[in-house]
Design a protein around this ligand. Structure first.
Ligand SMILES: Nc1ncnc2c1ncn2[C@@H]1O[C@H](COP(=O)(O)OP(=O)(O)OP(=O)(O)O)[C@@H](O)[C@H]1O
Ligand SMILES: [Mg+2]
Length: 292
């Protein structure tokens, strides 16, 4: 039954690039190719890289570009099966048991472990949907290793086993995107099941396009200044280098303040938009010789 319905996600890397771009997501050639392949090979896509380089956004853009629904599992420390997969609705089960009165236990037992008493969480939701679905497992490195175990059955067989109900097999395989900041190594078993994409800061030209795409009121010259300055800040090996998200915020700030030239004074005055640690700001003031 596996893959009874196969959705055509993208027809080629070019198609992926164009349709993502139409949603405002500008993919480099490696990203476009891997995004196409994940759909064509029905393989989960593991996207790794620093904060704010467009990992989460890629999954969202794939969903909007293909008209698929987005199901998101946000990972965090302590996330467990009951939050990720499913849990039984104990309250409702108890009420049912009470209402059963003298009914034979076997009968009641068969009643309360049915769909009606199941609370589905994102992973099971994604497997059961019969509409095209993008499943985003966001920040998978934040979970405990045990959660990776849960993911393996889904990522390799697109199915979930519920002891009381049996195995739920996906009617339609979701397009799966996992993101990670690489705060810890993911297991080899998990990696083996995925296609891997390393996202990093884009080159200056692409970053200018991204910034200008999101802040249309920004003129070409300031866009160049923003991206160049952000590039210089990234070279400083700061505690937290500015990401694409910060370049975009900086551009918005300059438009809001009607600053027509990003000179040293303007950089110094708006540094808090791009650098969020006092030590990083001090470093930047010193290295870029900014006025205090
Ligand atoms: N290729 C791109 N095209 C268009 N916008 C982009 C691109 N990459 C990043 N962005 C912008 O950068 C912002 C941050 O991206 P996103 O939230 O996906 O980062 P992330 O990699 O998931 O970071 P984190 O690890 O902090 O979650 C997005 O909201 C988007 O505006
Ligand atoms: Mg993210």
């Amino acid at each position: 039954m596996l893959g009874r319905v196969t959705a055509a996600w993208f027809s080629s890397p070019t198609d992926a690039r164009e349709r993502l771009a139409a949603q405002g997501y500008l993919a480099d050639p490696a990203t476009a190719t891997t995004t196409f392949l994940a759909g064509a090979l029905d393989k989960p896509l593991l996207v790794e890289g620093p904060a704010g380089v467009g990992k989460t956004e890629l999954a969202k853009a794939v969903a909007t570009a293909t008209g698929a629904g987005l199901v998101r599992l946000q990972c965090y420390e302590g996330l467990d099966e009951a939050r990720a997969l499913y849990e039984w609705n104990y309250k409702k089960q108890l009420l049912r048991i009470q209402a059963a009165g003298d009914q034979a236990w076997e009968e009641t037992h068969d009643d309360i472990f049915t769909d009606e008493f199941l609370l589905t969480r994102p992973l099971l939701t994604a497997i059961r949907r019969d509409e095209p679905t993008v499943l985003l497992v966001d920040e998978v490195d934040k979970t405990d290793v045990e959660v990776e175990g849960l993911l393996l059955e889904i990522l390799s067989d697109y199915q979930v086993t519920i002891p009381e109900l049996g195995t739920v097999v996906a009617v339609r395989k979701p397009y799966v995107v996992l993101t990670s900041n690489a705060s810890r190594e993911l297991s080899e078993a998990l990696k083996r099941r995925c296609l891997y994409l390393h996202l990093d800061y884009p080159d200056a030209e692409r970053e200018r396009e991204i910034v200008r795409g999101q802040v249309p009121d920004l003129d070409e010259r300031i866009a160049r200044q923003v991206v160049d300055t952000v590039g210089r800040l990234r070279d400083l090996e700061l505690k937290k280098a500015p990401s694409i998200a910060e370049s975009v915020d900086w551009a918005r700030t300059l438009v809001a303040l009607e600053i027509g030239d990003l000179d040293e004074r303007a950089v110094a005055d708006t540094l808090g938009v791009v650098l969020k640690h006092a030590s990083d700001q001090e470093r930047a003031v010193k290295e870029l010789r900014l006025p205090r």
